[in-house]
Design a protein around this ligand. Sequence first.
Ligand code: ARG
Length: 400
Amino acid sequence: MTERVVLAYSGGLDTSVAIPYLAERTGAEVVAVAVDVGQGGEDLEVIRKRALACGAVESEVVDARAEFAADFCLPALRANALYLNRYPLVSALSRPLIVRHLVAAARRHGGTIVAHGCTGKGNDQVRFEVGIGALAPDLTVVAPARDYAWTRDAAIAYAQRHDLPIDVTAKSPYSIDQNLWGRAVETGFLEDIWNAPIEDLYTYTADPAAPREPDELVVTFEAGAPVAVDGAPVSPLEAITILNRRAGAAGVGRIDLVEDRLVGIKSREVYEAPGALALITAHQELENVTVERDLARFKKTVDQRWGELVYDGLWFSPLKAALDGFIEQTQRYVSGDVRLVLHGGRAVVTGRRSEASLYDFGLATYDTGDSFDQSLAKGFVTLWGLPSKLSTARDARLAG
Ligand code: ARG
């Protein structure tokens, strides 16, 4: 029986041309799988048919938006996941989900090879291949751009030579990856890191400097998950969609970042993630109100490590799974309402309330009604400072 290769298909020039090219190089039949992670753009049925027209023996489109929201974006929100404190892991989150669906398609269609369009310079090859290795170690992987030095120019020439039904002139100067959680844009003039981004780059966010009325909304969380916006119940997918629209209209969530890739390269990427950043801002503040101090401090280091693991392609690793368990435990009381004002590119929390609040008005107030016994503080402060006092006295004694 002829071997089958399952290709992670986007519908774009590179992966379209990869279909006949892979068939030629490997002698295998090509099964194209396009995964809808909320990237928008072209109709997916058009994309599905294009793969067939390019020579795929099977072509599938998987609507994974709700799954992406619930199983990938939501854990990232609970972890307040921001790589280098800025980047909400947009592409890094989608790869393990796509891997899941590639593996499932390989099983359904008798595939023995999986192919993806990543180059050998980025993080995404790592995420795809480490994920496939973890879920389906029997499958082999081929990456034409990397393994066959398959360039864009070669792809265009090949498409023309074979008269493939794709528009080779629709060439963007940028490399773009987008999904429900945000959008990443790189290459072109952005490779000079002194060049400022231009307004044209952005599609998820309006110009934050454009005059506009502030937008105010209330997000309700239950155990760290958004469950309502302005009192109307929402699924995770709906919450992210609504916040993308409203925060995006206020220009929230633009990020211009030079980041450390896993492969050792520093690269410049421009992101926009309005929903992700607005939700993380609200979620973080609700944690400030409901999570006990030491747990909250420790969680920050866990959150950071979680983000690094996901960035580095280790979604299916035991450490990531164990940290998930920790984070889950911390979210038990992260329930309540957060009021956000979206304006001028910023999402600002202006109010919070929760049944599980640890904020005690009686303890905090400087007005009448104060229930805090200040006389206890004097002894506490003395003992708290004792080790420092002893050691500085020792330093002075032994100096010179
Ligand atoms: N640098 C980001 C990451 O590694 C995004 C990668 C994809 N970006 C792109 N513009 N194609 O997660």
